[in-house]
Design a protein around this ligand. Structure first.
Ligand SMILES: Cc1cc2nc3c(=O)[nH]c(=O)nc-3n(C[C@H](O)[C@H](O)[C@H](O)COP(=O)(O)OP(=O)(O)OC[C@H]3O[C@@H](n4cnc5c(N)ncnc54)[C@H](O)[C@@H]3O)c2cc1C
Length: 307
């Protein structure tokens, strides 16, 4: 109930205006967001890299409705790519199709994506297309396949959400195609007609999808994106028992969540990549992080009342 309310508020313009106008909320959001500028994101990336962690940089934003605004998004990603190259950062990038204009027109979105993918390919930087709510799953997968065929399987990756019933079929197809897939549980408000309503079912599906995909032949590559110790233990055990080579998968977590565990996994020899979001449009991302864990909401509330 609490999760559904917070996810509802993550889409409400009036709630965004209240929360983002509040200096305190901005400071609390900093736990999950590297900063509002590329300089801040680059500094965080350097620090994480020095600790043995790889990064994927996300210029925050989604649901853009003006074509002119998407040109700014392309500019921001190009600047991030330049910075990765100049500072020799160990970083890939992650992006959302609605940030690049998918709600305006598919052609505009593809054209924007091509600008970013072309620049990324020149600099040898990998790009992952995030997955948004189920209204976008078909279109996101279709555009991913088109662009992956143009720019290469290892240069472009896609996200699959274990809470969707359809993901078993999607993962099977992507494994056969040799795709680069990030598997997460899923962060949006979905009806029980499309997604498992119970966490236990999502968790069981996550383990099944990960284990099946880890058996796919190269170049299939799995990014195990979770903070859940049970998911990590189940995949680690499977990897060990089946001698899955370490160039076939990596672990991923979000910036600000279980940071010490991130370093532990890196020290244990796993590739560990941290998703580092930055930018001014942090509101929906921040609300999804609050929805994932009620304790975050209490942390937020405590900070408010402590003032
Ligand atoms: C690299 C990466 C990329 C992602 N990309 C997408 C995407 O494209 N589309 C999408 O729908 N979702 C995405 N997600 C979010 C994902 O779907 C989940 O909502 C999120 O990761 C929480 O699920 P979990 O696997 O960590 O397990 P959960 O069962 O939610 O959490 C397990 C444990 O992890 C810790 N934890 C989890 N979340 C938090 C939090 N917010 N704050 C503090 N502790 C927490 C807690 O200890 C919790 O008990 C991504 C996640 C990662 C790590």
């Amino acid at each position: 109930m609490l999760r559904r309310t917070i996810l509802y508020l993550s889409k409400a313009g009036w709630a965004r205006r209240i929360v983002t106008g509040w200096g305190l909320a901005r400071r609390v959001a900093r736990r999950f967001v590297a900063g509002e500028t590329l300089d801040e994101a680059a500094r965080v990336t350097q620090t994480l890299n020095r600790r043995g962690l790889a990064v994927t940089l996300d210029c925050l934003g989604e649901s853009v409705h003006q074509a002119e605004d998407t040109a700014e998004v392309v500019k921001a990603y190009r600047a991030a790519l330049d910075r990765i190259q100049q500072d020799r950062l160990n970083a890939s990038i992650s992006l959302k199709l609605t940030h690049l204009g998918l709600d305006i027109s598919e052609d505009l979105c593809v054209s924007n994506l091509r600008h970013i993918l072309g620049a990324a390919q020149e600099r040898g930087v990998q790009v992952t297309i995030d997955m948004e709510s189920s209204d976008y799953t078909d279109r996101t997968l279709r555009l991913y396949r088109t662009l992956r065929d143009e720019y290469g399987f290892t240069n472009v990756g896609i996200v699959i959400q274990a809470y969707l019933y359809r993901s078993e079929t999607d993962m099977r197809d992507l494994a056969a195609e040799g795709a680069h897939v990030r598997l997460c549980k899923g962060a949006y408000l979905e009806p029980p007609t499309v997604a498992f309503p119970k966490k236990a079912d999502v968790d069981a599906n996550y383990v099944k999808l990960a284990q099946d995909f880890l058996q796919a032949p190269p170049p299939a590559y799995l990014c195990i994106a979770t903070h859940d110790e049970k998911m990590i233990a189940a995949t680690e055990a499977f990897i060990r028992q089946n001698h899955v080579p370490n160039n076939r998968y990596e672990y991923q977590m979000l910036y600000g969540i279980r940071s010490s565990r991130q370093e532990e996994l890196a020290k244990a020899g796993y590739t560990m990549r941290v998703y580092v979001p930055f930018g001014v449009a942090w509101y929906p991302y921040f609300m999804r992080r609050l929805a994932e864990r009620p304790a975050n909401l209490w942390f937020f509330a405590r900070s408010v009342f402590a003032r």
